[in-house]
Ligand binder design. Structure first.
Ligand SMILES: *Cc1c(COP(=O)(O)O)cnc(C)c1O
Length: 437
């Protein structure tokens, strides 16, 4: 299978090139040329399969032309060392908990898969490969963990100074080894621009092998489709046969794009809701057909603070640049921090469920859907982070502290190692050149 650039200014490439290069030279994003369907039979017995079996079937369908089963199966097995349980709040509202991985955010799934796939492609290469990651918080720690200790690969993380939670910062600055962290004096969009700038920089591309590990790498996007199938399977095993509505707390739109991909592969889904915080570029586009990115706004759901979401290019391409066609599958709303806090209170009071601020934005999406569109439809909200990762927000809103899982607590005492840099491409370039072995 070939992967094309959404800008269509470069030739399609094979999977290996798409994964190792990350971003096409024309600044588009890679997408599979055709999206294979799962056989209808798969959905008849999906509820009898476990997460790994479901993910293996989807991975073989998507990647089976390019990789042998004996490569795909271990990558899936090593990635999915945890489940994505579906928790019932009431008859029409379920929560898909995506935070049971090592860094307790949904990004573990994509990052672990990508690290293992890249390591597979790097085997037998002499050159080292440098993975650049701009992170609004959780990407960095998931990617850093996914790649930590992987032979032949160095990781450079860029995060916006003062805009991520203390735990997030500890998670990405304390690993050491093949992982370096850069604290950028700017926003997430500045970090993302630096990464994009590095990729099109001639000096850098001639001296080192650079690749990206943002949700823009196709190797992260593909595995994120797996848990949508797993959600459906769990719904079905509870005897619910409806095609669900998914409400996805959205920032750079990787998670949402992966859901749309799963639907294109045949997964029964009634509709997707893009649940956004005050960064509302996508909801505005869905209302008026104009995609006008705005500067990033700072909110309490900071991993979704993205003013110019990259994956919009993939979504547009998937729907043939047809606003009307996309609107049949996707609704989008933006919610304020006050609405998010009110939702955290409501779900806690009603269900004793502690939502993190990102999941709470998703729940706002579900509630709006039930109020304004159809109150009887079964909705699944993706809960993208463990509430303890945002313990200060939870405490300020609910007056309680979520239990801190050992996995999170252990990073707090470690020493932070990071380099502070202004958001300046030439300084970033110099940093990369200087650390070249
Ligand atoms: C990254 C992240 C999001 C947003 O996901 P996108 O794929 O960028 O839309 C939502 N919640 C949490 C906790 C995240 O870390």
């Amino acid at each position: 299978m070939k992967y094309f650039s959404t800008q269509h200014q470069t030739d399609p490439v094979d999977l290996r090139t798409a994964v190792l290069q990350g971003l096409p030279r024309d600044r588009g994003l890679y997408m599979p040329e055709d999206i294979p369907m799962m056989p209808p039979r798969f959905f008849e017995h999906i509820h009898t399969l476990n997460f790994r079996e479901i993910a293996t079937a989807a991975a073989l369908t998507l990647l089976g032309e390019d990789l042998e089963p004996n490569v795909i199966i271990p990558i899936v097995d090593e990635t999915l060392t945890f489940n994505t349980p579906l928790v019932k709040l009431d008859d029409t509202h379920y929560v898909l908990e995506l935070f049971h991985g090592p860094t307790m955010a949904f990004k573990d799934v994509g990052a672990r898969f990508m690290a293992r796939l890249m390591a597979h492609f790097m085997r037998g290469e002499d050159a080292r490969c440098t993975v650049l990651v701009a992170t609004s918080g959780d990407t960095g720690s998931a990617v850093a963990n996914g790649f930590y200790g992987v032979e032949g690969i160095d990781v450079v993380l860029l995060y916006p100074s003062g805009r991520i939670s203390p735990i997030q910062e500890q998670q990405l600055t304390t690993l050491g080894g093949n992982i370096s962290a850069l604290e950028i004096e700017g926003t997430f969009d500045d970090c993302q621009d630096l990464v994009k700038g590095a990729f099109v920089d001639k000096t850098l591309s001639e001296t080192m092998m650079l690749t990206s590990a943002n949700s823009i790498n196709i190797a992260r996007l593909i595995p994120q489709s797996f848990y949508y199938f797993n959600a459906y399977a769990q719904l079905k095993s509870r005897g619910v046969e409806d095609a669900p509505v998914f409400s996805v707390p959205s920032g750079n739109l990787g998670n949402l794009t992966a859901g749309l991909l799963a639907k294109r592969m045949g997964l029964p889904v009634k509709r997707f809701i893009a649940a956004c915080n005050g960064n509302d570029s996508l909801p505005r586009y869905l209302r008026n057909g104009q995609f006008v990115p705005r500067p990033t706004k700072h909110t309490i759901s900071n991993a979704m603070d993205v003013g110019n979401p990259s994956n919009f290019a993939r979504i547009e391409d998937l729907y043939g640049y047809a606003h009307g066609f996309l609107s049949q599958d996707l609704t989008g709303w933006s919610f304020s921090d006050d609405e998010t806090r009110a939702m955290m209170k409501t779900v806690y009071e009603r269900y004793r469920y502690i939502a993190d601020p990102h999941g709470a934005v998703g729940m706002c999406g579900t509630q709006r859907y039930h109020d304004d569109v159809n109150g009887n439809d079964v909705c699944i909200t993706a809960e993208t982070a463990h509430p303890a990762k945002f313990g200060d927000v939870v405490h300020a809103v609910l007056g309680i502290r979520p239990d801190m899982p050992e996995r999170l607590a252990s990073v707090l005492d470690k020493t932070k190692h990071s380099v502070k840099l202004p958001a300046d491409l030439s300084l970033f370039r110099q940093f990369l050149l200087d650390r070249k072995p």
